[in-house]
Design a protein around this ligand. Structure first.
Ligand code: NDP
Length: 260
C-alpha cells in the first residue's frame, strides 16, 4: 500500500510551466497549486507588481514576466525567456481573459476587438509560441481556459461566448492535428480545454459597460455555494496527473447550484 502511494507520488506532474493571467483569480490559484511540484514556473500578466509579489511568496524557482497576450512579441518573449531560464517548457496554461459584456445592439466595437484580441488571439499566440519547443521535446501539455460560455450562448455576452467557443474548437483541432502527427513522430503532447461555470473572481471588473458589470456581479453573487479559483486549480492538477495514455479533451465544471 505504502509503496503504491510512493509510486503514485513519484509519477505526479513535475515540470516547467507558464501561466498567463496569473495576477488574480484562477491563474493565481493555479500558480499556488503548481508551485510546490514545479521544476520551474513562470507567472505572467500585465500587472507586474502583482505577479512579482506572487512569485516572491512561491519560491526562487518562480519567475514573474510581464506579458500582454494581445501582443504577439510579448508572448514570444515570455516563452523564450522561460526556455532560456529553465531549458524547457512542459506546460502552457492559456488562462488570461476578459469579459466586456454588453448587448450586441450597443455595437461596442472596441470591446469586441479587445475580447477577441485577448481571449482568442492571445490563446493562439500562446500556442504558436510553445508548440515548436514542445514538438522538439516531443512532449508537453497545453491547457486552454474556455468557459461554459464556450458551449452555450448567454444574452448580452455574444462576443465573449464566440471567443470561448473558438477556444474550444481550436483546442479540439490542435488535439486532432497532434494525434495525427503522433502516429508518425510519437509525440505525447496533450491538449485540454477547461470550461468552468461561475467562479468567484475579479472577472466582472473587466466589463467596461457599467450596467452589464452590475448584472454580471449580481449573477455571480446569486450562485449559492459558488466555485472558487482553487476548485479550478484542483481540476488542472487532476488533468495533469492522468496516466500517460489518457488525454482529457475537455472538462466542463460548474457549481452544483448554478441554475443559469
Ligand atoms: P480575473 O479577472 O481574476 O483574471 C483574469 C486574468 O487575466 C488577470 O490575471 C489579468 O491580469 C489577465 N489578463 C487580462 N487581460 C490580459 C492581457 N491582455 N494580457 C495578459 N493578461 C491579461 O478572472 P478569472 O480568473 O475569472 O479569469 C481567468 C479565465 O477564466 C479567463 O479566461 C476567463 O474568461 C475564464 N473564465 C472565468 C469564469 C468565471 O466565472 N470567473 C468562468 C469561465 C471562464 P492583468 O490585468 O494583470 O493583465
Amino acid at each position: 500500500m505504502v509503496s503504491d502511494m510512493n509510486e503514485h507520488r513519484d509519477k505526479l506532474w513535475h515540470g516547467v510551466a507558464i501561466i498567463t493571467g496569473a495576477s488574480s483569480g484562477m491563474g493565481e490559484a493555479i500558480a499556488k497549486k503548481l508551485a510546490p511540484r514545479a521544476k520551474g514556473l513562470v507567472v505572467s500578466a500585465r500587472r507586474f507588481d502583482k505577479i512579482k509579489s506572487l512569485a516572491a511568496t512561491l519560491g526562487n524557482h518562480v519567475l514573474p514576466i510581464a506579458c500582454d497576450v494581445q501582443n504577439k512579441d510579448d508572448v514570444q518573449h515570455l516563452v523564450e525567456s522561460t526556455i532560456d531560464t529553465f531549458g524547457q517548457v512542459d506546460l502552457m496554461i492559456n488562462n488570461a481573459g476578459i469579459a466586456p459584456m454588453a448587448s450586441m445592439t450597443r455595437c461596442r466595437v472596441e470591446d469586441w476587438e479587445n475580447t477577441i484580441d485577448t481571449n482568442l488571439k492571445g490563446v493562439l499566440y500562446g500556442i504558436a509560441a510553445v508548440l515548436p519547443q514542445m514538438l522538439q521535446q516531443k512532449t508537453g501539455r497545453i491547457i486552454n481556459i474556455s468557459s461554459e460560455a464556450g458551449r452555450r450562448v448567454f444574452p448580452g455576452a455574444a462576443v465573449y461566448c464566440a471567443t470561448k467557443h473558438a477556444v474550444r474548437v481550436i483546442s479540439e483541432g490542435l488535439q486532432m492535428d497532434l494525434s495525427a502527427r503522433s502516429l508518425k513522430d510519437g509525440n505525447d503532447i496533450k491538449v485540454t480545454t477547461i470550461a468552468p461555470g461561475y467562479v468567484t473572481t475579479d472577472l466582472p471588473e473587466s466589463v467596461t459597460f457599467e450596467p452589464a458589470r452590475k448584472g454580471f456581479k449580481k449573477n455571480m453573487q446569486n450562485v449559492e455555494d459558488p466555485m472558487s479559483s482553487e476548485d479550478i486549480a484542483d481540476c488542472i492538477w487532476y488533468v495533469l496527473n492522468t496516466p500517460p495514455h489518457v488525454e482529457i479533451g475537455e472538462l466542463i465544471v460548474r457549481p452544483v447550484k448554478q441554475n443559469i
